[in-house]
Design a protein around this ligand. Structure first.
Ligand code: HEM
Length: 322
């Protein structure tokens, strides 16, 4: 699924159905290594980390991802220049099949920003790394919840049919009206926040209750524990999208829910990710019914790396709606 989130804004064409999907695998591998780098005690010693096979694999992965992004940006920039020189309309489809008719986000950045080629390459590789696996996993977890709660799925289906209809393409104005579906996505991200922990370096001593966090340490914020804590959530293991009705949001601590983190280094892509997830969920639920082999929420075991993973996989499948 992550391919959808890479291709759409940046014009990555990987043919994952027919090839080995190197980019997707590289990103998975890099996030796994990053998890080990953060959580394994021995990797806190730079000498051990620097000599490890994980470090070599991470550097190799980063290089190959970067090369891929660089190629996409250079190609697209050259193409744009060629079109400018030859006065070709932006809607023209070039024969080599590289350019699609739809304008992607990269086109807009090339045309309307003052970013240099290097800036663009930096941006694209950051966003591909930060914005694809995250959005695809969060969508899978939402589908898993829909499989587990058929009544919720039915309500999402009815909302999608009511707001978008059986055949129309999904437009931005539809997304604002998919209120229940949005609450379902938010509740899924409460129970299964894709990023399970974020950390902050403590620059000066900070008092936290009866404790002092001394300058120089790093504190981890276990998002998944906060999201499932009975201190902040009534009956935390109950799947209840109405927790995200405005009147219920107003009653709780703003930091009791932070799937996109919080503060100045929080996720820059959260609105875009929400739009993507709404669009994809609506498109899937309109065409398919989702099922899961799990019988209850308690049965779904999570495995904590930096990303929340489901231990035995999401176990979902689809059947076409007749
Ligand atoms: C469901 C999807 C997503 C989730 C759950 C998610 C989650 C997060 C979280 C928790 C952080 C904060 C890390 C911290 O506080 O230390 C973060 C940062 C970031 N995210 Fe996302 N993200 C998602 C989608 C995206 C998308 C679509 C993009 C790009 C279009 C993106 C780009 C970034 C970037 C660049 C940062 C670093 C921001 C900084 O350090 O200032 N993310 N994301």
């Amino acid at each position: 699924m992550w391919i959808i989130f890479a291709q759409q804004p940046w014009e990555f064409h990987m043919n994952v159905q027919t090839t080995n999907d190197d980019v997707g695998k590289t990103i998975h591998r890099m996030t796994e290594i990053l998890g080990r780098k953060i959580f394994m005690i021995r990797y806190q010693f730079s000498l051990i980390w620097n000599l490890s096979a994980d470090k070599r694999a991470y550097v190799l992965g980063a290089k190959s991802l970067r090369n891929m992004c660089d190629t996409v940006v250079s190609k697209r920039m050259k193409e744009y220049e060629k079109m400018q020189q030859n006065n070709i309309s932006e809607d023209h489809v070039i024969e080599d099949g590289f350019r699609t008719k739809s304008k992607v986000m990269l086109d807009l950045l090339i045309k309307h920003s003052d970013l240099t080629e290097k800036d663009l390459k930096d941006e694209v590789s950051t966003v591909i790394f930060g914005g694809t696996d995250t959005t695809s996993n969060a969508t899978v977890y939402t589908l898993l919840m829909l499989g587990l709660y058929p009544d919720v799925q039915q309500r999402v289906y009815e909302e999608v049919m009511d707001v978008i209809g059986p055949e129309n393409s999904v437009e931005t104005e539809h997304l604002l009206k998919l209120e229940y579906t949005e609450r379902v996505i938010k509740e899924s991200m409460r129970l299964f926040p894709v990023v399970s922990i974020v950390s902050r370096y403590v620059a000066e001593d900070v008092e936290i209750g009866d404790y002092v966090a001394p300058a120089g340490i790093t504190i981890g914020f276990p998002i998944i524990h906060i999201h499932r804590s009975a201190n902040y959530w009534k009956d935390p293991m109950k799947f209840d999208p109405d927790r995200f009705l405005p009147e219920n949001i107003a009653k709780r601590h703003p930091l009791s829910y932070m799937p996109f983190s919080s503060g100045i280094r929080s996720c820059i892509g959260w609105k875009y990710a929400m739009m993507n997830m709404l669009t994809l969920t609506a498109r899937i639920i309109r065409e398919f019914t989702v099922f899961t082999a799990y019988k209850s929420l308690e049965e779904i075991e999570v495995q904590l790396e930096i990303f929340t993973k489901i231990k035995n996989g999401p176990k979902i499948w689809f059947e076409t709606r007749s």
